[in-house]
Design a protein around this ligand. Structure first.
Ligand code: NAP
Ligand code: ZN
Length: 334
């Protein structure tokens, strides 16, 4: 069957409509007719081939919402017409210790929805049915799409690191991921501080759940926050003065990276030794945890602040994200 998608013909180029063939549906796969796809900053890293793994022409997109349009012969839990979401991961080996434990996002043989294959800025996509997650009826599709990558990426480390009532959480960068991190941290009962280079985001950051807002334009802006936080999550894709950020952690505090800062980080080891502080990283989350995150979102009224663009205006949407103008996630609609 033929489908269409928007592809970057080469590194960094504007996207163009292309037609391509979908393979015959594998027994474990489902095909999804895409209604919405969020623009995650990782799509931009991939268009620019920042990570050296992109294959051109490249159709980005891994915050997919849609309806199942065909079901492989071995799939038992989904039917045609079911509303599902797909995030960054679209397959795993199913056999390793991590897959057997329900930690599929740690599988070393995992496959990504839009790496070496066409993603969700398209009309249709096929994925392993284990990674097509049912969407609670309370969540509208345009709101739910960004939860599939942006949402799970910030929710999973909050859970892994035991954030709860009494935890003091900081979020660096209030973009697509960051504005969801504020909401999830608040929903889990934490005291929440937003750190942003954009002073105009202060009011909305408070609406998303931040009790405190710190503008981080100048070097001294962190000084009065020394030793104040238990868990600090960075969602920025820039290189920051990391030793200064470690200093605002309380003893046993953790700085957790989800944003893809490009340069190697340099940290004096004594800033970790004293106070037993930790550095951590986190990527997406397992299908089980995605389902948990969606259920919490429905229950706690967590919502994505979105700007809607028709799929055909994908390049205008990408430009909003590149210029840090999106408030807070661009969602493409078919
Ligand atoms: P985004 O919507 O563009 O948000 C990033 C935010 O970072 C911006 O809104 C801005 O917030 C801040 N920022 C941008 N440039 C900055 C600079 N030079 N210095 C300081 N702060 C800056 O991006 P996103 O979609 O949330 O993605 C963020 C990062 O996470 C990307 O690197 C992406 O690849 C990565 N990511 C990782 C995973 C994972 O599994 N680990 C999953 C998804 C995405 P303020 O205006 O508030 O400063
Ligand atoms: Zn993403």
């Amino acid at each position: 069957m033929k489908t269409t998608g928007y592809a970057a013909p080469r590194r960094g180029a504007a996207l163009e409509l292309i037609e391509y063939e979908l393979p015959p549906l594998a027994p474990e796969h489902v095909q999804i007719r895409i209604s919405h796809c969020g623009i995650c900053h990782s799509d931009i890293h991939l268009i620019d081939d920042d990570w050296g793994m992109s294959r051109f022409p490249f159709v980005p997109g891994h915050e997919i919402l849609g309806a199942v349009s065909a079901v492989g012969s071995a799939v038992k839990h989904l039917r045609e017409g079911d509303r599902v979401g797909v995030g960054w991961q679209s397959d795993s080996c199913g056999e390793c210790e991590w897959c057997r434990k329900g930690d599929e996002s740690l599988c070393t043989a995992q496959q990504a929805t839009c790496v070496q294959r066409n993603g969700g800025y398209a009309a249709d996509v096929q994925v392993d049915a284990r990674f097509a997650i049912s969407i609670p009826p309370e969540l509208p599709s345009d709101i739910a799409a960004p939860l599939m990558c942006g949402g799970i990426t910030v929710y999973s480390p909050l859970r892994t690191h035991g954030v709860g009532p009494g935890t003091r959480v900081g979020v660096i960068g209030i973009g697509g991921l960051g504005h969801l991190a504020l909401q999830f941290a608040r929903a889990l009962g934490a005291e929440v501080t937003a750190f942003s280079t954009s002073p105009d985001k202060a009011t909305e950051a408070r609406r998303f759940g931040a009790q405190h807002f710190v503008t981080t334009r100048d070097k001294d802006s962190l000084a009065h926050d020394a030793h104040s936080l238990d868990f600090l999550i960075s969602s920025v894709s820039a290189d920051l003065d990391w030793p200064a950020w470690i200093d605002i952690l309380r003893p046993r505090g953790t700085l957790c990276f989800v944003g893809a800062s490009p340069a190697p980080i340099q940290i004096p080891v004594f800033s970790l030794i004293m106070g037993e502080r930790k550095l951590a990283g986190s990527a997406i989350g397992s299908p089980d945890r995605i389902a948990e995150m969606l259920a919490l979102s429905a229950r706690a009224g967590i919502t994505t602040a979105i700007e809607r663009y028709p799929m055909s205006q994908v390049n205008a949407g990408l430009e909003r994200v590149r210029k840090n103008q999106a408030r807070y996630r661009v969602v493409l609609e078919n």
